[in-house]
Structure formats: C-alpha cells, structure tokens
Design a protein around this ligand. Sequence first.
Ligand code: ADP
Length: 493
Amino acid sequence: MKILMTSSEAVPFAKTGGLADAVSALSIALAKLGHEVKIVIPRYYHIDREPFTKLEGAMGVPMGSGIEEWCAVYKTEMPGSPAKNPVEIFFIDHEIFFGRDGIYGTPVEPDFIDNPRRFAFFSRSVFQLCYKIHWYPEVFHSHDWPTSLVPVYLKYALRYGPFEKSVSILTIHNLGYQGIYHKDNFNYTGLGWNVFYEGGFEDWNMMNMLKAGIYSADKLNTVSQSYCEETKTQAQGFRLDGALLSRNIDYRGILNGVDTTIWNPQKDKYIPKNYSAADLSGKAEAKRELQKAFDLPNNPDIPLIGMITRLAGQKGVGELFGPAYGSAYSICHDMKLNFVILGTGESWCENELRKLSSDLSNFKAIIGYSEKLSHLIEAGSDFFLMPSRYEPCGLNQMYSLLYGTPPIVRRTGGLADTVKNYNETTGEGTGFMFDDLTPQAIYNTIGWTVWAYYNRPKQINEMRKRGMKSDFSWDASAKKYLEMYKDAGLQLR
Ligand code: ADP
C-alpha cells in the first residue's frame, strides 16, 4: 500500500508529545511490513535544512480568496527506517508560517493567532506535494486537529483524478485539543461555506478543525479501545461525543506500541546494569542508584514509588498534590515508603512539590525534564504511579510493565487496557487499579500496594516478571492500522 502520513510532529524532527513518537514508529513499522510510506511535516524554524535534499522549483498552494501560497519542499530519509524500504520524510518550508520559534506557539503566545491558517495551508499543501512528486497515496493518514483538514479537502475538493481512489484516516491522540478558532478564518481554507456547515466545522459559531476531520475522514481511530468508548460519553467526550457517536461504525481504538530499541531493560544504556525477568539483580542496582540520585538513604527493603509526568490536571496531580486536599502528604506521612517524582508543568504544582520535598524526608521531587532520570525511575522504582483523569493511551505504564515495575493506575483509557488488577487470592495481575479519581482512592490503593509489598513478596515478584513479558510491539499495532486502511478502501468501492 502507498501511505502518506500527514502530521504536525514526527521524531526526531519535531516533538511536543506522544504523537511525534507514534507517527514515526508506526511509519517505520508499516515500511518493515513492506508498504510504501512517506511522511510530510512542516519545516519549523528549528529544523536544520542543511542535510536535506531540496526539491527543484517552488510549489504553489491554492488557498481561499484567490491567494496562492508559495513554499519550498525538502526531503530526507527517516532515521531508523528499514534499509531496503526506507521511509521518506518531506518538509513543507513556508517562511511566513513556519519560519519562527515554536511549533504551535511560544511561552508568550501559546497558541499562535494564525494557527488555523498555518495548518489549513499545510493540510492543503500535501496534495500539491503529491502532484509535484507524481506519487499518489491510497491512504492519507492524518493525526489530531492540525492535519484534520486533509480528510476534508479530500472529501469536498480533491477526490478526483489521481486521488479518486484515495481514502482518509484520522487518528485522535488527544481529544482535549481541537483547534477551535474564529470562523473568519474559514475563508482562507478555500472551501465553500456550505462545507462549513455540512462538513462539521461549525461549533457554536466558531470553526472547529478536529470536528470537521471527524465528519470527513473515511475511518477514525483513537489510541486505545477504552478511550474510544470513553470519548463517546458526555463525561469524556469534550463536547464531541455526539460527533463521534454519529461515526460509531467507522470509529475504533488501536493501542500505540512501545519503541523497544529505547525502552528495554536488557539494552537500556541509561541504567547501571541491564536486567531481564530471569535475573532481576540489575533492578536492585537501579534502585540503589535512584535513591542516590534523589538524595534518599540507601535502603533495598523499603518500597519505592516513582512517577514521571507532565504536571497537568489530566494526570491527576490535583488529587495527589492539591494544597489542603491532595493525598500525597498523608501517604508519605502515614506509610513506610519512599516517593520520587520527576516532572514539569503548572507552577502551583511545581511549588507544592518543592514544599512537600522540604516537609517530608521520604518525598523527593526533581522539577525538570530528563531522559536519563526517566529511565532510572522506570528501572529503579518498585511501583509506578499514574492516577490519570483521562489517558488516551499512556506510555509510562507500558514502560513500567516492561521494566518489572508494577503500575498503580486509575482504570481509564489506555491504562485500563494495558494493566490487569492484582488479585491477592490468586496472585494474578500486573498492577494495582482504582476507579474513582479521589485523594482517598489514591491513598487506599497505595496502602494496598505497600501492604502487598511487605506481606506478599512472592506474589509481587511474580507480578514483576509477568509484566515484563508483555508484548507492546508496534508490529501488532501496524497490522491493525492496515486492517483499518483496507476497510476504508472497501467502503469507498
Ligand atoms: P502524555 O503524552 O500525555 O504526556 P504519555 O505517558 O503518553 O503522556 O507520554 C509521556 C512521555 O513523556 C513519556 O515517555 C514520559 O516518560 C515522558 N516525560 C514526561 N515528563 C517527563 C520529564 N519531566 N522528564 C522526562 N520524560 C518525561
């Protein structure tokens, strides 16, 4: 199959979140299965063009009101792609839209005012790119609101000639971000105003780009089965539950995979000694190193709970660290355990973490972003805490399972799909789960975990090994995407 991934992010070139990892890893996994995959992203200012090949001639992109935007196109080979069937990545270089710092914004302007125009232009430009390189994909696969106009352009303007048999897929990585802007921006898309209503842009008299993508894509998915169900409810649907329900038969959940070249305790270069389920001695060494890194006394026998997170409401940090009501203080005060956390985010939370670190001897926080420390926490902790309010897929709980660090999670989204709750009678399970996001539920579940650590060591040891055998390969996910592509093609014919 010929597949064009259209995205605003792809590692290693542009990343703000898990979307960037997923786009690149999925593309490579599809190429390994023998498919012809290309990726296209904007060329942001921070991306060095020097090592790339420039395509000859400028490319014109017709937008609304008779405007023709001109841009350059660069390309290179995606690092890590199979030598026999490499994935090519193209960069759309438009000085005014992308020749500035920031992907979606900057600290002073978090959401650029011209984002609707930047990403409408980008979505339209991918079709011009196909004409330019004389390559016409069977599948246009877009991701999140920035490229959700690709399915709209295909459906309402371009499904003829070389694109007559092309289908469109939209993957929703996080429904919390929809690209909602003033409807005055709609003229720039070049689409007729009938499409504003029919095509699903209209949202309380504003223009909602993700909603339009949901209306237009031939097939839709999100990144776990449970999140797919949750997004169709009023509670978790971010006002798009109705739109998603209306596409119910075309909407499914496909779990993301894990990049096991980076996240594998047998090969991890950031931990003091590699280990496997057969020999966990390296894990004990990682615990020692982790205690040292967080300035905790060396003690192999005390349960160590780790956390790596964006400090944002989505991650349950209110219930855990909220001044006056969060349960972290009581947990650390009442229980014989150590708690370490690495994260950055909302400033109230950063301040609270600093305060807890100074008030409690067994609570330590490092405010910052560190790849190395994140690997050490996954390997050296006994348990990993993720009390998310919602979690489309979640990566850290999968890393934890692979590192023999049973996760303590709220039963939601991808967490519900990847973790199995502990059963203290049979010893089954791969982690500890709770349902209601309340400070009390977090307290109780950690209490249960700590009890099991001290009183059921054999079962916990077995649980670690069971988690390490989990299969989160991208290969399995890629095959499910292929099924969806085929279903979309059949539907069109
Ligand atoms: P989300 O994309 O919602 O933030 P995920 O669990 O899907 O949550 O992915 C988050 C990724 O970012 C994980 O790989 C996690 O380890 C990493 N991460 C988050 N915060 C930090 C940090 N402060 N330092 C290092 N890695 C971090």
